[in-house]
Structure formats: structure tokens, C-alpha cells
Design a protein around this ligand. Structure first.
Ligand SMILES: [Zn+2]
Length: 257
């Protein structure tokens, strides 16, 4: 089972070595900005590394939005980051499921997701597989509760689209981790990546604050069980820098062995 971490983008391969990570995830730009990625000097090194690379899309992206001034630039930004991710040999680009402004806008939000894949298909498709990640908060989220996730997949399932399951987001979002892999796979048919995070906040709190494996509100054995059941690579997005994340990686490896 391959285990890794979300790391700082300055020297991701050095960060991988510091943690003994099999895979790394990082941002290509400031995650709070609307910025297209630029070519990286270490692109060739990243492409040829034994470490698997994943790219997280900027947080601003919300392709479900009913607001044209958010939705259209979101589509373009996801497309440009998927292209940037391909240049570093990424196995996937992770993007949050997004949300709509009003509860009665969800149907349009799911259709906006469909249009995002149609927009990309018109240009030859996304350069890197898109993995949609479940989110923790909000009342009108496309991928917080799995009844909505099922509606989302009804809209986009004909396209090649992957899924990233975040254990903190699921727990804080109000989805029980016990049988979660079966419930996700019944909807998406696949889990491509696990974001293995504990949660500083309680079940269904709607808050998105990650914690280290043995520190949060989730029984860490449940996180281990999710990774095992999914049979997918996992990475931690946990605090404490290299030291905290190495401890989390080692915890997971020991229990998955
Ligand atoms: Zn995550």
C-alpha cells in the first residue's frame, strides 16, 4: 500500500525524501489565487521520480457555481492546472466538489459539473485525470453528503472521472466511515486516492480542520480500515511538518502491514 503526504511545493522531492513518502501531493500555485501554473524547473525530475505525484487544484475553483464570474474562470483554471499537472507527470488532479449558492440550485450545479467535462472534452479532454474530492462543510455542497454525490455522478459518470475520499471531510461532513468504501463505490465505482486525515472536530460538525492520526476525533483504526478496504494509495494532509507527517505515515504503514 503506497502512503505519502501533501507537501510544500518548493522542493517536493526533498519533502518526499524527508518523510519516506511513496507519493506526494502539492499545489502548482497559491491555492487561494486565480493563477495559471508556470513550468517548473524540476518537471523532468518529478516525471522520472519513483515517488508518485498528485496535484491539488486551487481552492477557489467552484465549477458548480451559478455565478458566471466564478464558474467560467473555475473551468479554465481547472483545465490549466490539469495541463500543468501533466507536465510534472501527475497521476491525478484533485478538485473539491464545490457548492451552489442556493439549495434549489443543486440540479443546475450538477449540470454545471457536466458542462465542465463537456468543455474539457471539446478541447481534447483534461490533460490529467480529474479526481473529485468530497468536502466537509456547507449546506449546498455537491460532494459532502452521498445522496448529492450520487446525483453528481448521475450527471458526470459518462465522463472519465475519478474520486478522492477524504476521511476528515467525510466524518466532519456527516458520513459514517464504517462502511464508507462500499457506499462510495456503489456510487462512483472507484476510489483513486485516499486523503487520510483525522479531524479536530466532531462528527457532522461541518468543519474542515485536519489532525494527526492519533490526535483527532476519529478512531484512527477506522482510517486504516478505510485505506485497506479501498485498496487505494493514501496521503496525509496533516499538521506538524515533516515530523508530524512522518509519524502519521509510519502509523499507517505499521497497521497496514
Ligand atoms: Zn483532502
Amino acid at each position: 500500500m503506497r502512503i505519502g503526504a501533501h507537501v510544500d511545493p518548493a522542493e517536493p522531492l526533498a519533502e518526499a525524501a524527508a518523510r519516506g513518502a511513496d507519493l506526494i501531493q502539492f499545489f502548482l500555485t497559491d491555492p487561494q489565487g486565480w493563477i495559471d501554473p508556470v513550468d517548473r524547473d524540476d518537471a523532468e525530475a518529478l516525471r522520472s521520480a519513483e515517488t508518485d505525484v498528485y496535484i491539488h487544484a486551487p481552492y477557489r475553483i467552484n465549477v458548480a457555481s451559478s455565478n458566471n464570474r466564478i464558474r467560467i474562470p473555475s473551468r479554465k483554471l481547472l483545465f490549466s492546472h490539469a495541463a500543468g499537472a501533466a507536465k510534472v507527470g501527475a497521476k491525478g488532479i484533485i478538485v473539491h466538489g464545490g457548492h451552489v449558492e442556493k439549495a434549489d440550485g443543486l440540479a443546475a450545479g450538477f449540470d454545471n459539473w457536466r458542462k465542465t467535462f463537456a468543455y474539457a472534452a471539446d478541447q481534447g479532454g483534461f490533460a490529467t485525470p480529474v479526481l473529485i474530492e468530497n468536502t466537509a462543510g456547507g449546506d449546498n455542497a455537491c460532494a459532502r453528503r452521498f445522496d448529492n454525490l450520487a446525483r453528481l455522478w448521475d450527471a458526470i459518470g459518462d465522463y472519465e472521472v475519478g474520486f478522492c475520499l477524504d476521511t476528515c471531510h467525510a466524518f466532519a461532513g456527516g458520513e459514517n466511515l464504517l462502511d464508507i468504501v462500499d457506499r462510495v463505490k456503489a456510487i462512483t465505482g472507484r476510489i483513486d486516492l485516499i486523503h487520510a486525515n483525522n479531524s479536530r472536530d466532531g462528527f457532522d460538525s461541518g468543519r474542515d480542520r485536519h489532525d494527526n492520526m492519533t490526535a483527532g476525533e476519529i478512531d484512527p483504526e477506522l482510517i486504516v480500515a478505510v485505506i485497506r478496504a479501498a485498496g487505494a494509495p493514501a496521503l496525509v494532509e496533516t499538521p506538524g511538518g515533516a515530523e508530524g507527517q512522518t509519524a502519521d505515515i509510519n502509523y499507517l504503514r505499521e497497521r497496514l502491514a
